[in-house]
Design a protein around this ligand. Structure first.
Ligand code: FAD
Length: 315
């Protein structure tokens, strides 16, 4: 019996979230007294994974897998899980993986718990803690099926080094092509994607118009951050829809979330609850966002942001 971890990659490279699921899977294997096997699909190289405890890596490569297809990925993961005798499968929570997980659960007849934020509190019964109600609460879920799939919420467990001298084997999966193909696109303005960003600089209707986003992009650049926005901003076409954060947009689980000219409506806050430190810049001291903020500046973004950029550049 082993714990199988899927380390997802984009264009052959791993993101921080892949190291997080490997770190998590390694600990679950220790809890169960079993070993961890990490599976990669179309990854360039696998050595990095040894740093996080991957004793055995199974590398699946096939030209047709370079373009993402949820059914094909689920089929490959099932084949590896069967071959490795895995009863617990640990996945991340990227958009692609969220498509794969239910298909894999059906194929393996496994129970699937998504949004898991901590190691199992008990392995008998197998109990995991999950985020609920747009991240406002938690629930304890018992997975009672023989095979169990855990979907780890991004930035919930963290990346933990646990270097081992691992080995990598190739796995010849049989691929039954299943029609529709969707290209893996992870596109945002700037260098860093919202989903993986440690820091997010987000702006709202207080910025008055798209022509004023230069300073937001500059601040994001200085901080190595991703840019994001409120819903009306993307609805108005000031920013791309991929940047829209909130209940109906993307969730953000960054270490630092800077909200500029955003009122802090409940639907926006629902998407950023998982962020650790929230900083708000707003002219209105009564803006609801201040109640959710760790730090707040009551001031005009057009004065505060350029000063912030100047200070950070001099830092
Ligand atoms: P506003 O509410 O107009 O706020 C602008 C803020 O900027 C104000 O607080 C103002 O004081 C401040 N400001 C003005 N000038 C300046 C300045 N010079 N410097 C600094 N601050 C300034 N919204 C989301 O964001 N995400 C969602 O996912 C989402 N989903 C929704 C789902 C539903 C079903 C519904 C009904 C609404 C949803 N909304 C969502 C919309 C949400 O209710 C708010 O309307 C929206 O978040 C407000 O956006 P905003 O803060 O950018 O704009």
């Amino acid at each position: 019996m082993s714990v199988l971890v899927f380390a997802d990659s984009t264009e052959g490279k791993f993101k921080k979230s892949a190291f997080e699921v490997v770190s998590y899977g390694k600990k679950v294997a220790e809890q169960l007294g079993s070993n961890v096997v990490v599976v990669t699909i179309d990854a360039n190289s696998t050595e990095e994974l040894y740093t996080y405890g991957a004793e055995k890596v199974v590398s699946v490569k096939n030209d047709s897998l370079s373009i993402f297809n949820a059914k094909e990925y689920a089929s490959v993961l099932k084949q590896v899980a069967d071959a490795e005798g895995s009863s617990v499968i640990v996945l991340g929570s990227s958009i692609d993986v969220l498509h794969v997980a239910p298909l894999l659960a059906v194929a393996l007849d496994a129970g699937y718990a998504s949004n898991v934020v901590a190691l199992p509190s008990s392995t008998s019964p197998f109990t995991v803690k999950r985020k609920a109600f747009s991240n406002k609460g938690f629930s304890n879920t018992v997975i009672s099926t023989d095979k169990k799939i855990i979907g780890v919420a991004k930035n919930s467990y963290g990346v933990h080094e646990n270097a081992v001298s691992g080995t990598t084997e190739t796995f010849e999966a049989s691929i039954a092509e299943s029609g529709v193909k969707s290209e893996k696109i992870d596109k945002v303005t700037g260098q860093v994607t919202i989903a993986d960003a440690e820091i997010v600089v987000s702006a709202g209707r207080g910025l008055k118009g798209p022509e004023n986003w230069g300073m937001i992009e500059e601040l994001a650049d200085v901080l190595g951050a991703a840019t994001a926005c409120s819903k009306p901003v993307s609805d108005l076409g000031w920013r791309p829809h991929g940047e829209h954060v909130g209940q109906t947009g993307k969730p953000v689980a960054s270490n630092l979330y800077i909200a500029i000219g955003i009122s802090g409506a409940i639907q926006h806050l629902a998407g950023i609850n998982a962020s650790k430190v929230k900083v708000v810049i707003n002219t209105d001291p009564e803006a609801p966002f201040f109640k959710a903020a760790d730090y707040g500046i009551v001031g005009d973004a057009f004065e505060v942001v350029p000063k912030l950029i100047e200070k950070l550049k001099a830092f």
